[in-house]
Each structure stands twice: as C-alpha cells, then as structure tokens.
Design a protein around this ligand. Structure first.
Ligand code: ZN
Ligand code: ZN
Length: 349
C-alpha cells in the first residue's frame, strides 16, 4: 500500500532523533556484555557436558531404553537446568541494571509465579526429550569443523554455528510463523495460542517458556526438522552443532526480556540495527496488531520503521528508550504511529 505524505508525516513525528539513539549506546554495550557472558557460560557448560558424553546411538544404546539413553538424559537434563538458570540470572541482571527504567507494567514480573515455574518445567521437559532423541541419533555434535577440514575456528563459527542459527530463525519466520501465527490469531485457533498471550505488557525473559505444548511444537519444532531434511536430501552432512540450540534458547528468552538492549543475534551490527525485543513486546502488548507476528523485525532495516516501532513502544510502555527528554515531551502530544491504524483493521484475536 502506497503511503501518503500525511502518513509519512505521522511516521516522522514518531521518530527518535539521531543524538538520542547514541545516548543509549552505553547501556546497549553493557547489555551486550551481560548477554554474551550468560549465553557463553551456558554454551561452554553444555559443550563440556555433551563433549564428554560419548553420545550417539552406538555407545548410548548399550545402556539405552530404545529411543533414549539414561546417560544422555541425565547430561541433557543437567545442561538444560543450568541453561534455564542462566537465562533467569541474565534477566535478573537486566532488572537490576535497568532499575527504574524497567517499564512499570513489568516491575512486578521479577518474581516468578507458580504458573511461570510450571510452564518452565513443562517446556523444559519437552525440550529435553526432543533434544535427547536428536542427539541420540547423532543429529547434534560438539566437535568443531565437522563439515570442514578442521583448521579454521572462524570458519567453524560462521558456517556451523551462525549460518544454521540464522537459517533456523528465518525458516521459523517464513515457513511456520508467517502462515501459522496468523492462523493462531484467528477466532478458530486462538484457543491454542491464548496461553502464551496471557502474558501481556508484563512479559519478561522467562515467559518464553510460558506456552502450551502444541503451540510450542507449531512454532519451534518445524524449522529444525526442515533444516535436517534439507541437509539429508541435499546429500550434505546432516546435523547441527550443539551451540545452535543454545543461541536459539537465549534468543527466545531475550525476545521477551525487560531489556530492549538485549543481544539477540550475537552480531553487534544486527543487534544494533534490529530491535526484535521491542517488536515482540509490542506483539504481547497489542496482539491484534498484525505488524508484529514474526520474530525477526525485517522492516527495522528501514530506519523510519525501526524508529516508529521504538516510539510506539515508548508510548505503549511509557518509557523513553533510544529517545531523549525532548522526544518524550513530543510524545506527550500522542503522535499517531502507523502501527496504531493496523490495530483497527486487524481481526480480533
Ligand atoms: Zn512471545
Ligand atoms: Zn501471538
């Protein structure tokens, strides 16, 4: 749809200015350090635990129970518990670091409720069982350069960690979220998705786990299966490195984080340009708005769309991220962002 000059003017009125963008740079850098440290610690623990595990089918099968092995199950459970603990620690650090900057609607989310813990357990059990089966069959691995000649660690990171990580994010968006997340927001299927949306403006990192099993499988199981199938039918080595699911787990936690400075892609350029936390928080705050159904905010590559979302986030959550005092004053005049019009035309959830 072609934008009119009036619409562009409205978008411009929602802009955050360039100097304001840089004013948050310090907090953004510290947030990146927090996230890299926590994700790195979880990945290293997992790498050590699983690296010492002779894993796949042949050895594990000796003490196995068919599809799984007890040793693998123990190893996977231990690494999952430590990872989840680190995702929680990461979120607590962000609560502490942002202090009063945390939106008021999220201030009370710091303590986990019994329901939060129940959903963490449920999602963790499903994930542990799934990854046990995957690893048991040798579809995840811990050695470096399995696909290459073993000589270049940078190439390993690019080809075997970042490439499958980004591929899974895009596959999940394009093949599963784009058609199915829309369907889940129609009145016929919303009952399958409403548990995740019982979390609204109060979302925090651990609410990534707050999801029904069916919804979890629809949104998360398809992309890895598709990647493995593609590798199999392409005749290349089948599987992905164990670091990939760690990046995905921390990505999904950060998507719901109280910190809009969160590291999501573990690539400074992408994390500086794209603001998926802001994007997904708006989905939880206004689930009827169709602009926020995907996890990767591709339109943030265009600065005015990114700035419009930031301004809209600040208005919805009564915050001032990536913004200035001057901008906050301007916002009190409640400029209409283009997003607000989509709420009107979007079907009810
Ligand atoms: Zn969510
Ligand atoms: Zn949704």
């Amino acid at each position: 749809m072609k934008e009119t000059a009036t619409e562009i003017g409205e978008i411009d009125s929602c802009k955050t200015d360039a100097s304001a963008w840089n004013a948050d740079l310090g907090r953004w850098i510290i947030a990146q350090l927090i996230d890299y440290s926590c994700c790195g610690a979880a990945a290293m623990i997992g790498w050590c635990l699983h690296g010492s595990n002779p894993s796949p089918a042949v050895q594990a099968g000796k003490i196995g129970m068919g599809l799984l092995s007890w040793r693998l199950l123990l190893c996977m459970t231990l690494s999952a518990v430590l990872s989840i603990a680190l995702i929680y620690v990461r979120e607590l650090i962000h609560f502490w670091f942002l202090g009063s900057l945390v939106p008021r609607s999220k201030q009370n989310s710091k303590q986990l409720t019994k329901m939060d813990i129940m959903f963490v357990l449920q999602t963790a059990i499903v994930s542990i069982c799934t990854f046990c089966i995957i690893e048991y069959h040798g579809l995840t691995y811990t050695e470096t350069n399995k696909f290459g000649n073993g000589s270049n660690f940078v190439w390993f990171l690019v080809a075997e960690v970042y490439l499958p990580f980004y591929t899974l994010l895009v596959l999940r968006d394009v093949v599963f979220l784009w058609p199915f997340h829309q369907l889940l927001h129609t009145k016929y299927f919303y009952h399958l998705h409403k548990t995740h949306h019982s979390i609204g403006k109060d979302a925090q990192g651990m609410h990534a786990f707050y999801i029904d099993i069916f919804d979890l499988l629809i949104e998360n199981a398809g992309a890895p299966a598709l990647l493995l199938a593609f590798q199999y039918f392409s005749g290349i080595e089948v599987g992905f490195h164990l670091l990939v699911p760690y990046l995905l787990s921390f990505h999904d936690g950060a998507l719901h984080s109280v910190s809009p400075y969160s590291a999501m892609y573990f690539c400074p350029i992408l994390d500086y340009v794209l603001k998926p936390t802001i994007h997904h928080q708006l989905h939880h705050a206004i689930p009827r708005n169709k602009d926020y159904l995907l996890f990767v905010p591709y339109r943030h590559l265009i600065p005015r769309h990114r700035q419009a979302d930031i301004a809209y986030f600040n208005k919805v959550f009564d915050t001032n991220f990536y913004s200035s005092e001057k901008q906050q004053t301007t916002q009190q005049g409640s400029p209409r962002c283009h997003n607000e019009r989509n709420i009107v035309i979007a079907p009810s959830a």
